[in-house]
Write a protein that binds this ligand. Structure first.
Ligand code: MG
Ligand code: MG
Length: 283
């Protein structure tokens, strides 16, 4: 088998990424269906694991050195890399789930955020929903930008612009924060490949956006300051000010005929519609 040098993939290689992307999406759908008060993050992890292994794939998170779980589950002030375990979800919690599957040597990577219903605290739920909506919207703005961008930095411009246009944070009255120390990435044979995908404006144009580019785009947005710390467990990334953080992610392929969101069962049709972009299957 011949593989292209560099970051750009062949149509056959991108087609090989469709199935692991769909398995990742199905694992997250199983997790989403389970999220409710009283459920532990460890149970969410088990649900994702059952889907991935049941489809003959493997958890690529378990291939990350030192990590033994299938998902990351980050609750409230935890932004990313939360370790699933015996933590019990409570009403009003904002939980971000990050998950990935590898099938026949090709990877998918995606994340969702869900607010556990809490009828007694509508204001809290509305604040957290607003944070999730702006994070998710900025992801789709970045994906839509990939369809027409010439260089990679245009994605960060689109993501940051969307977040600025949909602020301020209702918690602080100031702009939402965007994590600087954690970014998106290329994806393919490995879950994490070059190039880095910044969620904010950078002066360097970065690599060309052209057919063969496959990216995991993953904005991480916080209600307050973007300053974070790593908890004593060595993994969990939390905000220093204790305000909420949120994370959404998709793996996206740019091919000769358009873009296709590998980790969305509809290829991204619903999420891209507000941006006037129609996804096209990889021929
Ligand atoms: Mg991820
Ligand atoms: Mg990722």
């Amino acid at each position: 088998m011949v593989f292209r040098r560099g970051i750009y993939k062949s149509p056959a290689q991108m087609r090989a990424m469709v199935e692991p992307g769909l398995i990742t999406a199905d694992a997250l759908a199983a997790v989403r269906a389970l999220i409710a008060p009283g459920v532990t993050t460890g149970e969410l992890d088990a649900a994702a694991s059952a889907v991935i292994t049941g489809r003959g794939a493997v958890s690529n998170f378990q291939m990350v050195r030192g990590y033994r779980h299938t998902v990351c589950a980050s609750v409230n002030e935890q932004v990313v890399h939360g370790i699933p375990g015996d933590r019990v979800l409570e009403p009003g919690d904002l939980v971000s789930i990050d998950c990935g599957a590898e099938l026949r040597g090709w990877n998918g990577d995606s994340a969702i955020s869900v607010i556990v219903p809490d009828p007694d605290r509508p204001e809290l739920v509305a604040q957290r929903q607003a944070l999730s909506d702006v994070t998710r919207g900025s992801l789709w703005a970045g994906i839509a930008a990939m369809a027409s961008a010439h260089s990679l930095n245009e994605l960060g411009i689109a993501i940051q612009g969307y977040i600025e246009d949909h602020g301020p944070s209702p918690v602080t009255g100031k702009p939402y924060g965007i994590l600087r120390d954690y970014v998106g990435h290329g994806i393919g044979r490995k879950m994490h490949e070059a190039p880095s995908v910044f969620n904010y404006r950078v002066s360097d144009p970065g690599p060309d956006v052209k057919p063969g580019l496959v990216l995991a785009i993953e904005p991480m947005v916080v209600a307050g300051s973007e300053d974070t710390l790593v908890e004593d467990d060595g993994w969990t990334v939390s905000t220093v000010d204790g305000l909420d953080g949120c994370h959404w992610e998709h793996s996206v392929a740019l091919h000769e005929d358009g873009i296709w969101v590998l980790t969305a069962p509809d290829g991204g049709a619903e999420g891209l519609a507000p941006f006037g972009v129609t996804p096209v299957e990889i021929a």
